[in-house]
Design a protein around this ligand. Structure first.
Ligand SMILES: [Zn+2]
Length: 268
């Protein structure tokens, strides 16, 4: 009886904390990462830092369960009927384009033969995360142009746009929004020699603002990503709204990761 009561209590705690009871969700799980490695002293955004060990465990999980990470161009090729989607697709995305994506994540992607997509803030390339107040989040190096070339040439990484300056799009005029969307697409395409198919809204802001979203589509992005939690439906219809993602937090357990991947949500 005592063990039963203990099991009951444990189940109650699990229910209150994790969404294990939700039904499994089919579709395309899109993982959202930011920074990989150990967070610097003074960081107030620790949940945005995923350690190298945690990232390795997550890649191991994906490999063990037979997931195949997709690049934007592979998703597009499948939509156009050129090449079928893998049986268990997943998409790995990184927002902002920190140099630690190259130093820490890229070697692990190579080791596992896994692919990822990175959203760049054009004006921060070769410099630092200047949109952050250094009082709350220390400035750290962003990807350099040569790192972009190395990653793209590996065939394991593709890039998308995260605007020119990482402004909150809902705080700008529609003219400025249009510039952020179009100028970053044009400049990145010049720099990388590839079409920018993907776009992520900084802070997720504007993803559900009809005018801003219309401008993002008009700028020519095929895939627009928000920060709403969930698994994207497959096939995805742009009319159904921006692509949902699974926020991978620095303090996640593997149980959180598993529930995100299978239920679209780990915690309340
Ligand atoms: Zn961002």
């Amino acid at each position: 009886m005592e063990t039963l009561a203990a099991a009951g209590a444990a189940a109650a705690v699990l229910s209150a904390r994790w969404n294990w009871w939700r039904p499994r969700v089919k579709g395309l799980p899109v993982l959202m990462y930011h920074k990989v490695g150990d967070y610097p002293a003074g960081s107030k955004l620790k949940s945005l830092w995923v350690s190298a060990e945690a990232f390795r465990k997550q890649l191991e999980y994906l490999k063990r369960r037979g997931y195949t990470p997709l690049l934007f161009s592979e998703w597009r090729a499948a939509e156009l009927g050129q090449k079928p989607l893998p049986e268990r697709p997943v998409m790995i995305t990184f927002d902002d384009g920190y140099a630690n994506n190259h130093a820490v994540a890229f070697p692990l992607l190579k080791e596992f033969g896994m692919k990822a997509n990175i959203f760049l803030v054009h004006e921060t390339l070769d410099t630092h995360n200047s949109w952050h107040d250094p009082e709350s989040e220390p400035w750290i190096p962003m990807l350099s142009t040569s790192m972009l070339g190395e990653m793209q040439d590996s065939g394991l990484v593709e890039f998308g746009s995260h605007t020119m300056r990482h402004r909150n799009l809902t705080a700008l005029s529609l003219e400025e929004v249009s510039w952020e969307l179009k100028e970053s697409k044009k400049r990145l395409e010049q720099k990388l020699g590839r079409e920018m198919l993907g776009f992520a809204y900084p802070y997720g802001a504007g993803a559900y603002h009809p005018e801003i979203r219309r401008l993002a589509r008009k700028a020519g992005y095929r895939y627009d990503f928000g920060i709403k939690q969930g698994i994207a439906p497959l096939p995805w219809d742009p009319e159904s709204g921006p692509i949902k993602r699974l926020f991978v937090r620095g303090d996640d357990y593997m149980l959180d990761f598993h529930l995100n991947m299978t239920r679209g949500r780990a915690r309340f």
